[in-house]
Write a protein that binds this ligand. Structure first.
Ligand SMILES: [Zn+2]
Length: 90
C-alpha cells in the first residue's frame, strides 16, 4: 500500500510539473505577436522636424531629401528653411 501511495504522489507531482511547464510555455508559444507592435509603429510613427523639433506623422507631412535620408516637417515653411540651410552648408 505504501508503495502505491508513493507512486501516486510521484505521478501527481509529475503531472503538476508538466501542467506548470505547459502553463509557462503556452502564453509565449503562439508568439508574442511582434506584428502588433510593428503595426502600431507603422501607423503612428512620429518623426522629428529637424528645424523646429516638432514631432510629426509621416502621413501628409512635407518631406525633403538630403543625401539618402528623408526628413519630415511640420510645415512647408520649415521644409524651406531646412532646404535653404542645407544648401548654405554645402
Ligand atoms: Zn517645423
Amino acid at each position: 500500500m505504501r508503495l502505491l501511495v508513493r507512486v501516486m504522489v510521484l505521478v501527481i507531482a509529475i503531472l503538476a510539473a508538466l501542467s506548470m511547464l505547459r502553463g509557462a510555455l503556452s502564453p509565449s508559444a503562439p508568439g508574442r505577436a511582434p506584428a502588433t507592435g510593428r503595426r502600431k509603429e507603422r501607423t503612428g510613427k512620429l518623426l522629428k522636424d529637424p528645424v523646429c523639433g516638432t514631432y510629426v506623422t509621416a502621413e501628409g507631412a512635407p518631406t525633403a531629401r538630403r543625401d539618402s535620408e528623408v526628413f519630415y516637417f511640420c510645415s512647408d515653411a520649415c521644409r524651406q528653411q531646412f532646404l535653404v540651410g542645407s544648401s548654405q552648408e554645402s
